[in-house]
Design a protein around this ligand. Structure first.
Ligand SMILES: Cc1cc2nc3c(=O)[nH]c(=O)nc-3n(C[C@H](O)[C@H](O)[C@H](O)COP(=O)(O)OP(=O)(O)OC[C@H]3O[C@@H](n4cnc5c(N)ncnc54)[C@H](O)[C@@H]3O)c2cc1C
Length: 59
């Protein structure tokens, strides 16, 4: 059974500068992004499809 994943809205604009770029929006990538952001590190996450829609949404 496939779960329904709540869609995440894109940011309206690209930041001018970040400290870290995360490629991919799976569970690992989003966890890393969240932890970095919590520490005040400027981070941008780029996902080619939808957040959590690949392996992380299927397991
Ligand atoms: C059917 C199934 C069952 C599983 N069962 C278990 C289990 O019981 N226990 C367990 O521990 N693990 C399980 N796993 C494995 C687990 O789901 C994965 O190890 C984990 O979700 C991987 O997370 P991830 O964030 O690395 O990858 P993903 O969830 O695959 O995320 C990677 C993301 O990167 C994006 N991406 C890729 N290339 C680019 C690009 N060039 N630019 C932008 N974005 C890009 C993809 O679209 C995707 O959203 C299972 C996996 C599957 C498929």
């Amino acid at each position: 059974m496939r779960i329904t994943i709540k869609a995440v809205t894109d940011s309206p604009a690209f930041p001018d500068q970040v400290d870290v770029v995360v490629i991919g929006g799976g569970t690992i990538d989003t966890a890393v992004t969240y932890e970095l952001a919590k520490q005040g590190i400027a981070v941008a996450l780029f996902e080619k499809g939808a957040i959590g829609d690949e392996q992380s949404g299927r397991n």
